[in-house]
Design a protein around this ligand. Structure first.
Ligand code: HEM
Ligand code: HEM
Length: 178
């Protein structure tokens, strides 16, 4: 893990993202794999489409904050574990972008956001939307693996006495850089 200290805005965006992503991944795969009532499946699909659509502008803001943070840090030589953590973090952003984009492009019905906002599905050809659905599911599997590796690394560091969770908390951020 790198030893960056994150701004309060990045910390809030990180934990908000973690809740949305972990919930969507686990509930989405759960209703896809386990036999559940149709109403439950429909309710999870409605909630997750609404939640993740609202998450898209938050993700763009998060990406912007992350790049701002990276460019504000002085250039320095990183150790191999620091490079590995950096690559996993950037891979999560990339795969998440693919998941969000394919989620929108696979829609074969209007995007209903909590029955308040409605957007037309951008594509109408069923073979094209079916292709995006396959890529959506595959990218969700990759994201799940990356999140598991990420959380595993955090637990490992904490058990070894490296308090990385402090980097992602507001308390320590009296010396953060934007
Ligand atoms: C944080 C981003 C997202 C995550 C983690 C995520 C995750 C998932 C997962 C795990 C599934 C179940 C896959 C399966 O069937 O095996 C799924 C299905 C689906 N996703 Fe996403 N998704 C995201 C974003 C989106 C977005 C932005 C949309 C559209 C606006 C969307 C629309 C859908 C739809 C329609 C399904 C199929 C549900 C159904 O009708 O059965 N997803 N998603
Ligand atoms: C319970 C779950 C999670 C925990 C405990 C956790 C913990 C952390 C910690 C401690 C850091 C700072 C690491 C450091 O200083 O080197 C971090 C950074 C990061 N986390 Fe998480 N995280 C979780 C879930 C997630 C999820 C679901 C995602 C998104 C897919 C995510 C994406 C990231 C990214 C991209 C960074 C780097 C931030 C940047 O440099 O812009 N995390 N996480």
């Amino acid at each position: 893990m790198s030893s960056s200290v994150y701004s309060p805005r990045q910390v809030v965006l990180h934990w908000l993202s973690a809740v949305v992503i972990i919930w969507t991944l686990l509930s989405g795969f759960y209703v896809a794999v386990v036999e559940v009532e149709t109403e439950t499946k429909d309710w999870v699909a409605f909630l997750n489409v609404s939640l993740t659509s609202l998450y898209i502008p938050i993700f763009i803001l998060r990406l912007y904050c992350s790049f701002l943070h990276d460019f504000s840090l002085p250039l320095r030589k990183r150790s191999l574990p620091e490079y590995t953590a950096l690559c996993v973090h950037k891979a999560m952003y990339l795969v998440l972008a693919v998941v969000l984009l394919t989620g929108v492009l696979m829609m074969d019905r209007p995007i209903n956001v909590f029955d308040i906002l409605f957007f037309e599905a951008p594509l109408s050809d069923p073979s094209v939307t079916a292709w995006f659905m396959r890529v959506h599911i595959q990218s969700c599997v990759v994201l799940l693996i990356l999140v598991a590796v990420h959380v595993g690394a955090v637990i490992k560091h904490e058990l070894c006495g490296r308090r990385v969770l402090k980097n992602m908390s507001i308390q320590k951020n009296d010396r953060y850089r934007e």
